[in-house]
Design a protein around this ligand. Structure first.
Ligand SMILES: [Zn+2]
Ligand SMILES: [Zn+2]
Length: 271
């Protein structure tokens, strides 16, 4: 499959509070048409029970679905409605109810808070060494993956490295394998997808979330499904760094990339 033909499975529109105002459905459609991309998957934010004021509201998905259907009809374009939900174990029932109400094509489950604390503003890192912060983060990742089933794709697996303000944000995977391996093994066993989120390049980290050795571990543990997502908050970032992500996918031994519709995965063999 050609890199242009891979539907970006992680994009935010102006309906996400942290995305650009001009990241409208129309703007994405225009960009996708210009690039010859076959479809779009929108995954705006739904973060329940967050201390971050900006994220305390999310779209009315009944209106959102209608709007998207109107655009699809008008343009005859493959438009898919996904969502990125913030995972916290106590939200399981609330998320299940919410997800059952709307015809999502995919659900990305992401960790945006640790112990109720924000990463972005630094609260989570207070009173912890870098290693303690990373260890607690991966513990949360493992516990959330083991205890929650309300998602199809696990988003930006090592998101922690975006934040914390450390001179060197990178980590040795082996130092956290006691937590990372059970997390990846559970995803593989349950037929969940792992995302290659290319926003790490945008954040100047020089790597994707997760990095190659984590992707390799997912493969060796029997993982089948991997999606590609730019985490675009701006139309200009649609499919950003997909050639690098595709190369990584192959390096890790995968022979197909995954897309979702009606929450069902499809494998597309790579060239
Ligand atoms: Zn996210
Ligand atoms: Zn996102």
């Amino acid at each position: 499959m050609n890199v242009r033909d891979i539907i970006d499975h992680h994009t935010h529109t102006c309906h996400s509070p942290d995305a650009l105002e001009n990241a409208t459905f129309a703007a994405y459609l225009e960009a996708a048409t210009a690039r010859g991309v076959p479809g779009l998957m929108f995954t705006d934010h739904v973060d329940m029970d967050t201390p971050v004021a900006l994220f305390q509201t999310f779209p009315d998905y009944t209106a959102y679905a209608k709007m998207l259907a109107t655009w699809a009809k008008k343009t005859n374009f493959d438009l898919r409605m996904g969502v990125e939900v913030g995972l916290q174990p106590h939200l399981t029932a609330q998320l299940e109810t919410f997800l059952a109400r709307h015809p999502f094509d995919v659900v990305i489950g992401s960790i945006h808070l640790g112990d109720g604390l924000d990463f972005y503003n630094g609260d989570f890192f207070q009173g912890k060494t870098q290693q303690e912060a990373y260890r607690r983060y991966f513990e949360i990742v493992r516990d959330v993956i083991v205890s929650m089933d309300t998602f199809d794709i696990f988003g930006h697996f090592d998101y922690i490295i975006r934040y914390g303000g450390y001179a060197d944000k990178h980590f040795e995977t082996a130092d956290y394998d006691d937590l990372i391996l059970p997390a990846l093994g559970t995803l593989a066993k349950r037929g969940k997808a792992l995302e290659i989120n290319t926003s790490g390049f945008r954040y100047g980290l020089g790597v994707t979330h997760p990095k190659l050795d984590i992707l390799r571990r997912f493969k060796s543990l029997g993982g089948t499904y991997v999606t590609l997502g730019s985490d675009a908050h701006d139309v200009a970032d649609l499919q950003a760094h997909f050639p690098e992500a595709l190369a990584m996918l192959k390096q890790a031994g995968f022979t197909a990339v995954t897309t979702y519709k009606h929450r069902i995965p499809t494998l597309h063999p790579l060239d």
